[in-house]
Design a protein around this ligand. Sequence first.
Ligand SMILES: Nc1nc2c(ncn2[C@@H]2O[C@H](COP(=O)(O)OP(=O)(O)OP(=O)(O)O)[C@@H](O)[C@H]2O)c(=O)[nH]1
Ligand SMILES: [Mg+2]
Length: 314
Amino acid sequence: MRTFGEAPPEPTFFERLKQGLSKSTAGLSDNLAGILTRKKLDTETVAELEEALIRADMGTTQAKAITAAIAKNRYDAEISSYDLRQLLRDEIAMILRKIQQPLAIDRGKTPFVILVAGVNGTGKTTTIGKLARRLAGDGHKVMLAAGDTFRAAAIEQLAVWASRAQAKFIATKPGGDAAGLAYEALELARAEGMDVLIIDTAGRLQNKTGLMAELEKIVRVIKKLDAGAPHAMLLVLDATTGQNAISQVEAFHASVPLTGLIMTKLDGTAKGGILVALAAKFALPVHYIGVGEGADDLQPFDAQAFATALTGAA
Ligand SMILES: Nc1nc2c(ncn2[C@@H]2O[C@H](COP(=O)(O)OP(=O)(O)OP(=O)(O)O)[C@@H](O)[C@H]2O)c(=O)[nH]1
Ligand SMILES: [Mg+2]
C-alpha cells in the first residue's frame, strides 16, 4: 500500500508494452471492446474481428487464418468478450511462440561476433548499448565497434553506451571505411580475449543497393578472419513503421542472411500485430523487444506476455 506523498511506482516493462500497444487508434485491445456487442460470433462479428486484426498490422492472410481458427466450431455461438480475448491471445501466442528465441552466446566462439543492421533511426545504436549492458552484466567481456563511420555523433553515441556498460570500444575517424574497422575490431577483440564483439552499422534504406553492398562487404571482410562470423546477424526494426517492416526484412535477409530480429519502440504508437505477420512470413527468431530509451528497456521477447498485452486478455 502506498502512503501519502510517495511517488507512484515506475510502470513495469509489461505495463509499458501494454500502454504502448493501446496508444494507436488501431490498437487491437481497444478495438476489441467495440466488437462483440452482439455477444455472438455471427458473420458480422467475424468480419469485424478480421478487420481489427488487419488494422493492427497482422496482414490479411494472418488475420483470416486467426479469425477462421477462432470461429471454427463456434459459429453463431454466444461468446463473451472475455472469452474472445482469451481465444485470440492463445491463437496469437501460438504463432509467436515459434519466434520466441533468446539470443544465445556460444562461449565456444571467441569472440562471438554480433553484427547489427537496419534502416535509419530504428534504434540500432541504443539497442547495442542496452545489449552490451546485459551481456556485461552476465559476465561477458564485451567490445563495441562503431561501424557507423558516417557521423561523428554516431561514434560518440556508441562510446557513451560503451562506457556505461564498461565495455571496450573501438572506432575509426568519421568517414573511415566501415569494413576495415570491422576487420580491425575483430583482430583486436581476439587479441584482448573478448567474449563478445558487437558491431554497429550506419542506417541504410533497404532499397539503396550501394548501401546494401557495403553491408555485404562488412560481412565478407569479417569472414576473412573467421568464416563462421558474424555468429549473429541482427536486424533492428522500429515497430511503429508497421507493414514496411516486411520489405525491410525481405531486403536485408536477401543481402546478408539474418539470424534474428529485434523490435524496438513498442512503447510508441506501434500496433504490434506486425510481429504476427513477420512470424508467419519469415519465422526468424525475435530475440528482444524494446519499450523505451533507458538501459533496462530491452527485454527478451516473451510470446505469451506479448499476446496478452496485444489483446488485453487477463
Ligand atoms: N521510445 C523508444 N525510443 C527508442 C527505442 N529504441 C531507440 N529509441 C530512440 O530512437 C532514436 C534513434 O535511436 P538510435 O539508437 O540512434 O537509432 P539508430 O538505428 O542507431 O539510428 P541511425 O544510426 O541514425 O540509423 C533515439 O532517440 C533512441 O533513444 C525504444 O524502444 N523506444
Ligand atoms: Mg546508430
